[in-house]
Design a protein around this ligand. Structure first.
Ligand SMILES: Nc1ncnc2c1ncn2[C@@H]1O[C@H](COP(=O)(O)OP(=O)(O)OP(=O)(O)O)[C@@H](O)[C@H]1O
Ligand SMILES: [Mg+2]
Length: 348
């Protein structure tokens, strides 16, 4: 029998849109049950911080109602300056001792007051050649920011059972789709930030958020061509052509993509400097910004690596009568984080 409650509903609250994904597991395969996204008002979520909880709550309530999702456990993820993810190297110890150590010593690794953050950690697989030491992934998130989300979700009667980190959710989905543990750079380009997560031998070794994203393009199109937001968005995503301004538009795209690619190259160079014997196989792009026309080819030329657009629904089944194939395909790259949350089973 399928236990319909065995997976949480993934809710990815970005600065541009809320994305929702619901999956069921059937045997060893995932079935996509519901998927949808809704725009949120400008400024309602900034730098990963909930600025207008009531507005965002309303949008999420409507979206869940439209998707007919009721009484489900949900999982969200956070990102931005209020979350610190740090890998630390320690003397190897058992789980209890490690928990005690983190409790006592976390402060020295975190640039926040320890009383202001929730701290979590995970021990990474031991290295075969050195079992005296261990790597631990430490996560600290500002209580204030997390609590704002939990309160908003509670206000609309949602049962939140998981608070993850964007980069981990993405990694989670990637790991369940990729065949072997290839070394890859997972890069999510949203509206206002780019999340870079380099996975080497199955472990995240470099994670960072950079304050660039697809909204930059919209802003520049608005400013340079005197357009309103909707017009600029439509030109950006290719819904409307503007032949007479083609050169200006092309320049804006070139300049912005060059900046994005430089940031990606910087992270990859740093990784390679520390891991010269573990080359990357590919760059895996997700997020709405990853769909910028020509970005994949440009990034491929600049880095010499394979660049692919991540489809978190690859190898999933779904009811073609209920979900429109074109819609599912068109929204796939934005849904990577929501899908990464949705494959989790709740721990409580
Ligand atoms: N074809 C396209 N070309 C360029 N940009 C696009 C395209 N399709 C969508 N976008 C942009 O992607 C952004 C939305 O992507 P996404 O949903 O990943 O962002 P978000 O999660 O809300 O933002 P963030 O993670 O930065 O807070 C918007 O800025 C949208 O205009
Ligand atoms: Mg996002």
């Amino acid at each position: 029998m399928i236990n319909k409650n065995n997976h949480i509903v993934g809710v990815d609250i970005g600065s541009h849109a809320i994305k929702v994904c619901q999956l069921h597991k059937i045997g060893r395969q995932f079935k996509l049950i519901s998927v949808g996204s809704s725009l949120i008002p400008a400024g309602a979520v900034e730098d990963g911080v909930l600025q207008e909880p009531a507005e965002v709550g309303k949008v999420l309530e409507n979206l869940l109602r439209n998707l007919k999702i009721k009484n489900q456990k949900i999982g969200i993820s956070i990102s931005g300056y209020s979350v610190i993810v740090k890998k630390i190297n320690l003397e190897n110890m058992d789980d209890n001792a490690l928990a005690e150590y983190i409790k006592a010593e976390a402060e020295q690794y975190i640039p926040f007051d320890i009383n202001d953050v929730y701290v979590d950690f995970q021990k990474l697989p031991e290295k075969k050649d050195n079992t005296d030491r261990c790597d631990v992934m430490l996560v600290a998130a500002k209580k204030e920011v997390v609590n704002d989300y939990l309160e908003m979700l509670n206000d609309i009667k949602l049962n939140t059972v998981l608070v993850d980190v964007d980069g981990f959710a993405l990694e989670n989905r990637w790991e369940t789709t990729s065949e072997v543990s290839e070394n890859v750079a997972l890069i999510d380009i949203g509206a206002s930030k780019m999340n870079i997560n380099i996975i080497s031998e199955g472990v995240s070794v470099l994670a960072r958020d950079v304050a660039v994203g697809s909204e930059q393009l919209t802003d520049q199109l608005m400013n340079s061509l005197g357009l309103d937001y909707i017009q600029a968005e439509n030109i950006k995503i290719g819904n409307i052509g503007q032949d007479h301004n083609r050169e200006i538009i092309q320049n804006i795209f070139n300049k912005t993509c060059t900046q994005w690619v430089l940031e990606i190259k910087k992270a990859i160079d740093l990784y390679l400097a520390n891991n010269p014997d573990k080359p990357l196989k590919s760059i895996v792009l997700s997020g709405g910004g990853a769909k910028v026309k020509g970005l994949i080819e440009y990034l491929n030329r600049e880095t010499g690596l394979d660049v692919i657009l991540f489809n978190p629904f690859r190898s999933m089944i779904y009811d073609a009568g209920k979900l429109d194939k074109n819609y599912v395909e068109s929204i796939a790259s934005e849904m990577a984080i929501a899908a990464g949350l949705a494959i989790r089973t709740p721990s409580f």
